[in-house]
Write a protein that binds this ligand. Structure first.
Ligand code: GTP
Ligand code: MG
Length: 173
């Protein structure tokens, strides 16, 4: 939507992190443009998209950053995290190793972020429930112990995608 010159405006930076191919780029494209692709290329470097929400009559702009999960394609880490107020920390419920790596991503976030960050643990690919490799309880438990929100999502069928981003945006706001 266009900006309203009467009202106040808020701009929040949010980052998405997690292993390669967990669906970070598709979560973002689903949220920002309602698009999904089965043939996404691995992200190289950093991309971002902006989405405007209205909360309590105020225009809130979320600038959402997406980077490569693959180490060799990642941009300078501290620059990526700088100034972020929120984070989606993503794993793939059908791939155990992506869940086992979550503590590493949380460490990196803690090391490089300069403010308190609103965080949500996101178990993506909920549509692959039949080949699930991580239980809902495990996700919940990890989120609780680390003080994060928790949600399982599907960028493919859209389930909970908006909810996950909006939880973080509301918490920041
Ligand atoms: P990097 O950029 O390498 O870090 O990967 P990424 O985390 O951005 O993953 P990406 O969004 O590129 O998705 C990787 C693959 O998983 C693609 O083939 C997507 O189509 C697929 N994918 C993403 N989200 C979902 C989902 O919710 N369900 C299913 N079934 N597939 C998904
Ligand atoms: Mg990507």
């Amino acid at each position: 939507s266009s900006s309203d010159d009467e009202g106040e405006e808020y701009l929040f930076k949010i980052v998405i992190i997690g292993d390669s191919a967990v669906g970070k780029s598709n979560l973002l494209s689903r949220y920002a443009r309602n698009e999904f692709s089965l043939h996404t290329k691995a992200t190289i470097g950093v991309e971002f998209q902006t989405k405007t929400r209205e909360i309590d009559g105020k225009e809130v702009k979320a600038q959402i950053w997406d980077t490569a999960g693959q180490e060799r394609f990642r941009a300078v880490t501290s620059a990526y995290y700088r100034g972020s107020f929120g984070a989606l920390v993503v794993y793939d419920i059908s791939r155990r190793s992506t869940f086992d790596n979550i503590p590493r991503w949380l460490d990196e976030l803690k090391t490089h972020s300069d403010t308190a960050v609103a965080k949500i643990l996101v178990g993506n690919k909920l549509d692959l429930d039949n080949i699930r490799d991580v239980t809902v309880e495990e996700g919940k438990k990890l989120a609780e112990s680390e003080g994060l929100f928790f949600m399982e999502t599907s960028a493919l069928d859209s389930r909970n995608v908006e909810k996950a981003f909006d939880l973080v945006i509301h918490d920041i706001y």
